[in-house]
Design a protein around this ligand. Structure first.
Ligand SMILES: Cc1ncc(COP(=O)(O)O)c(C=O)c1O
Length: 384
């Protein structure tokens, strides 16, 4: 392949802006020195704004899955009952992690490709009159099925029910892209990672921890050392870390937070929502089907059903040839959908090109599509 710009349109990691690459391209610093202290304090303060929380925020070396594990092992004991709402690879993973550590996991299964109905989750919690469910595990954005969930209704509903369980929200593929009101929605632990909305390479897990989660920490008996919240929060409050962290990524994180602040968090959300609407309209204009219903569709990644007669491997190869990398379907959706990520540093211009290449790639494989449909659908829905 010629040395062209590659558009990384998988649902994370995402395209890293040159400004962030530049910020990370510098000599390393002592992670026990004064420069580091200022850096991590700035990052934590910036993350609190993005997470909309006054609670503690922690940055761990690790990926999103590590963050999910950290949330579990710091707040639960073996045998504790948890309610795990599952409708895709990542919501299942959250439950599996809890089970691996000995939690008694009750699954609330929802059709893949649909958001969960908060009413059904709250109905289950309303029946738990003795408060035996210690935690509720949900995804904000289920990346494998490309749906966004109404986690606010769960948090508000749990408060109304006075349910004592912790609400843990996987926001790996939604943070800094879709509104997430950690405090206003009574979320006890939010888990995210660096490589999606924060526009960084992989390597950092990010968590918020409420007062209620700290109470649970006091009695939680699951084994932990690397993921221990207390050791990390005590160190980070003083501008330190208990062990080595990817310092280069923190320089990138500080830059990313500046970029988000300059654009305005709400504008970042609106841009993602607008672009996602445009992508879905383009997909439909090409005669293709989006996996979830419109009102449940993710603002960060679009799941497209692969039309009859087209193989994902051939379409993927045609896209790669033009420098575009999209994601295939995962688990039972493998070969049935492909996923176009529109996360982080992405704007109208790139998507117009990407969608046009998708259209011509499909046409080249024999799919009947009117030339120009993708641009037509996208521009109409985004009012360019
Ligand atoms: C919603 C969600 N949760 C968890 C993960 C796992 O994150 P990681 O691959 O960083 O461990 C992902 C990764 O794509 C995700 O999208």
């Amino acid at each position: 392949m010629t040395d062209r710009r590659v558009f990384l349109q998988i649902p994370g990691p995402t395209n890293v802006p040159p400004r962030i690459l530049q910020a990370m391209n510098r000599p390393l610093v002592n992670h026990r020195g004064p420069e580091f202290e200022a850096l991590i304090k700035e990052c934590l303060a910036g993350l609190k704004k993005v997470l909309k929380t006054k609670s503690d925020v922690l940055i761990f070396p690790g990926s999103g899955s590590g963050g999910l594990e950290a949330a579990i092992v710091n707040t639960l004991s073996p045998g504790d009952k948890v309610l795990s709402v599952q409708h895709g690879v990542f919501s299942e993973r959250f439950g599996s992690i809890a089970a691996a550590h000995g939690a008694d996991v009750e699954k609330l299964e929802v059709e893949w490709g649909r958001a969960f109905d908060p009413g059904i989750v709250l109905e289950r919690l309303a029946k738990d009159t003795h408060g035996s469910i210690k935690a509720v595990l949900v995804s904000h954005n289920e990346t494998s099925t490309c749906v966004i969930n109404d986690v606010g209704s769960i948090g508000r509903g749990m408060a109304e029910l006075k349910h004592p369980g912790l609400l843990m929200v996987d926001a790996v593929s939604s943070l800094a892209m879709a509104d997430l009101e950690t405090d206003a929605w009574n979320i006890d632990i939010v888990i995210s990672a660096s490589q999606k909305g924060l526009m960084l390479p992989p390597g950092l897990a990010i968590l918020s921890v409420s007062e209620k989660a700290w109470e649970a920490y006091k009695t939680a008996k699951m084994a932990r050392w690397f993921w221990d919240f207390r050791r990390m929060v005590d160190a980070q409050k003083q501008g330190r870390v208990p062990y080595t962290i990817p310092t280069s990524l923190l320089f990138g994180l500080r830059e990313a937070l500046c970029m988000i602040e300059a654009e305005g968090l709400e504008n970042v959300f609106a841009r993602h929502a607008r672009l996602a609407r445009g992508v879905r309209a383009a997909v439909r204009e090409m005669g293709l089907e989006v996996l979830p219903p419109e009102e449940e569709a993710s603002p960060t990644v679009t799941g497209v059903k692969i039309p009859a007669g087209i193989e994902w491997a051939s379409l993927n190869a045609a896209l790669l040839e033009k420098g575009i990398v999209m994601g295939g379907g995962l688990a039972k959706l493998q070969g049935r959908i492909f996923r176009l990520g529109h996360m982080g540093w992405i704007f109208e211009t790139e998507l117009l090109g990407i969608l046009s290449v998708l259209e011509s790639g499909l046409a080249g494989l024999g799919y009947k599509v009117e030339a120009g449909s993708a641009v037509k659908g996208f521009t109409r829905a985004t009012e360019i």
